[in-house]
Write a protein of this length. Structure first.
Length: 125
């Protein structure tokens, strides 16, 4: 039984992409996903929506661009970000950056034991 464990739902998946135009064509044509351009830090990324899940394509350029960035990145909507951060740290993860609170909600990030980034989202309520 999962008493006391936070419930989450997948909100996003980010992928590093080498062949952006081919990837956009593939996912657009095969799955009907419409993409929009989004600046993610220094990267001109493409975001598409699939049944409430955001698929994020982040371009690969030089290796130096991706020092510290995971190959793939998951994003979860959770009821209590601080609790998830605490549990992540207890189980071999670490917090990545600060918890950000604004009018759109709260977000933060953790790294799993293998170093993959997990974005955390929670609505302000």
């Amino acid at each position: 039984m999962n008493l006391g464990k936070p419930k989450a739902h997948m909100q996003s998946v980010a992928m590093r992409v080498l062949h952006m135009q081919a990837m956009l064509a593939f996912y657009s044509e095969a799955f009907g996903i419409e993409f929009r351009e989004v600046m993610t830090g220094p990267f001109q990324s493409q975001f598409g929506e699939v049944e409430g899940l955001t698929l994020k394509f982040v371009p690969i350029r030089d290796k130096v661009d991706f020092d510290g960035y995971a190959v793939h990145q998951l994003g979860f909507s959770v009821p209590d970000i601080e609790r998830v951060i605490s549990l992540a740290i207890q189980h071999g993860g670490r917090q990545e950056g600060e918890v950000i609170v604004n009018e759109n909600g709260t977000n933060a990030a953790v790294r799993d034991p293998d170093g993959n980034t997990i974005e955390l989202y929670s609505e302000t309520g």
